[in-house]
Write a protein of this length. Structure first.
Length: 255
């Protein structure tokens, strides 16, 4: 059994046939899937789908950095805590994203710190989204080292040195998705150095579909293609990748 540690069945691109997509994933050997939260606008749909598939779908709660733009972002943080009380496996996806600019950089850092503190209080892992913001992330993370955080770096595509630096202040795994199958990525070289015990599989569906589906809508059912590429990188049988990454996910997220 594989575990998809980051997916979005409630996304409008995937929602119309979410039930069929879940069944296709199960048929492909993906037995557990974790839905990453974004904000309160889509949270009800996430829970509705998750409640229909207990033991198969699991939920996170978090305020995505791209949602830290409205005037009510502080109220959104309160709603994250309310959602977490329903029973979640992680606080996420949270982080920093300066890809569209740094107009809300201060607010994003405050929101990230608050959610780090929430994860520590609830003894939950964190699921981290980062784009063009590593240095500010390191600043926040180092200030929160006393929280003894654990979690994963979602959609990890950075260098081994970045992974090593992040791991100074928290116990991080890396979430590996479709990018590892892309032709011009340097990610395979990085993964040669990261222990398999610190690697998780994910799709980020409906985004970032692996080869041979690149450019199309992604699904959790495509996770075995990512596993096959990781097996090639590590020089191991796919079955060993399956066993170890599933153990990693079940241990980190308590599922």
């Amino acid at each position: 059994m594989f575990v998809d540690t980051h997916t979005h069945f409630y996304d409008e691109w995937l929602l119309p046939d979410a039930e069929e997509a879940i069944q296709r994933a199960l048929d492909a050997g993906v037995g557990k899937m974790i839905q990453a939260d974004v904000d309160s606008r889509e949270r009800a749909a996430m829970w509705e789908i998750g409640d229909r598939h207990p033991g198969v779908l699991f939920q996170m709660a978090g305020l995505y950095p791209g949602s830290v733009t409205a005037e009510n972002w502080k109220e959104e943080l309160d709603l994250v805590e309310e959602a977490a009380a329903r029973g979640v496996v992680a606080i996420g996806e949270i982080g920093l994203d300066y890809h569209e600019g740094k107009a809300f950089a201060r607010e994003q850092k405050v929101a990230l710190r608050c959610q780090f503190e929430l994860a520590a209080r609830l003894n939950l892992p964190v699921n981290i989204h980062l784009r063009d913001a590593w240095e500010d992330f390191f600043d926040v993370l180092s200030d929160c080292k006393h929280l003894n955080l654990r979690g994963n770096l979602h959609c990890f595509t950075a260098s081994y040195e970045v992974y090593e630096r992040a791991s100074r202040w928290a116990d991080f795994s890396v979430g590996i998705g479709g990018v590892v199958t892309f032709r011009n990525t340097s990610l395979p070289k990085t993964l040669e150095r990261i222990p398999l015990e610190k690697i998780l599989l994910e799709t980020d569906a409906p985004y970032l579909a692996p080869v041979p589906f690149r450019g199309r809508r992604n699904e959790s059912a495509y996770l075995p293609y990512i596993a096959a590429k990781l097996a090639e990188v590590k020089g191991l049988p796919v079955q060993e990748i399956e066993t170890i990454t599933t153990h990693n996910a079940e241990t980190l997220f308590g599922i």
